[in-house]
Structure formats: C-alpha cells, structure tokens
Design a protein around this ligand. Structure first.
Ligand SMILES: [Zn+2]
Length: 55
C-alpha cells in the first residue's frame, strides 16, 4: 500500500478503505479503483481536495 500522490509507504489506516498519508497530510479512500482525497481541517472536518486544493 502506497500513497497514490507521492508514493510513500508512510501511511496509516484510519478506516475501511480509508488511509492517511503522513507525507501529503491528506486522507484518501480507495473504492474499486477510484481514489478520493480529503484535506482534514483542524476541527476534523473532511474537505474534498478537488474543492480545496489546486493540483
Ligand atoms: Zn502522499
């Protein structure tokens, strides 16, 4: 298991099909080949990265 963005294996599992990359500081989920990324606000709110960050 590696981060789809940076390729590091320094990730932690936070839920079913949900992971957190300690390098990107992003949470991502994998579902049948589809990967979605989330930015975690300081209060714990998950924000879809597509709306928050320009890649
Ligand atoms: Zn990463």
């Amino acid at each position: 298991m590696h981060c789809p963005i940076c390729g590091t294996c320094d990730i932690g599992r936070v839920g079913t099909n949900q992971y957190y990359c300690w390098n990107c500081l992003l949470e991502f989920s994998r579902d049948k080949g589809e990967v979605k990324f989330f930015y975690v606000e300081s209060d714990g709110t998950l924000v879809n990265v597509d709306e928050k960050v320009e890649i």
